[in-house]
Design a protein. Structure first.
Length: 142
C-alpha cells in the first residue's frame, strides 16, 4: 500500500508541475528582426535577474535571435538604436543547457541611441524562450 501511495503521489507531483514552454513562436518582421507588439511595464525586464528569453540555441540561432530582438527596439522617442555585445556573464539555471550542466551564461548588450546620456545594459538568455516585449524605457521599431 505504501508503494502505491508513493507512486501515486509522485505521479500527482509530476502532473501538477508546470512545464516551461521552450517553443514559444515569435513572428519575424524580416529575417533580422523580431516582431514586438508590447512594451514591458516591469522595470526588471532585461536585467540579469529577469533576462529576455529569445531562445534559439537548439536550432543554432541563439546569437541571431539576440540580434533579431535588439533590431526590433527603438529609443524612447522612436530613435534608431545601436548596440554592442559587452560579453557573457551571470550564470543561470536552464533545462536547455546544451552541455548538460544545468547552468548557462547570459549575454550582456549595451544599447544606446542618438541623444542618450549613457548606454543601457540588456541581459539576454538565448537558451530559453519567453514572450518578447520591449524593455521599459524603449519603444518598438516601426
Amino acid at each position: 500500500m505504501k508503494k502505491i501511495s508513493f507512486i501515486g503521489m509522485t505521479l500527482l507531483f509530476i502532473a501538477c508541475t508546470p512545464i516551461r514552454n521552450t517553443n514559444i513562436k515569435t513572428n519575424l518582421l524580416d529575417n533580422n528582426t523580431f516582431e514586438l507588439s508590447e512594451i514591458s511595464t516591469d522595470a526588471t525586464y532585461g536585467t540579469e535577474k529577469n533576462p529576455i528569453q529569445v531562445g534559439g540555441v537548439a536550432s543554432n540561432e541563439g546569437p541571431k535571435n539576440e540580434r533579431r530582438f535588439l533590431n526590433a527596439l527603438a529609443g524612447p522617442n522612436g530613435e534608431a538604436v545601436t548596440y554592442f555585445r559587452a560579453g557573457s556573464c551571470c550564470p543561470i539555471k536552464s533545462k536547455n543547457d546544451p552541455f548538460g550542466s544545468g547552468s548557462v551564461m547570459l549575454d550582456n548588450y549595451r544599447v544606446t541611441w542618438q541623444g542618450a546620456k549613457d548606454t543601457v545594459s540588456i541581459y539576454i538568455n538565448m537558451y530559453d524562450s519567453g514572450t518578447l516585449k520591449a524593455p521599459k524605457g524603449f519603444t518598438i521599431k516601426k
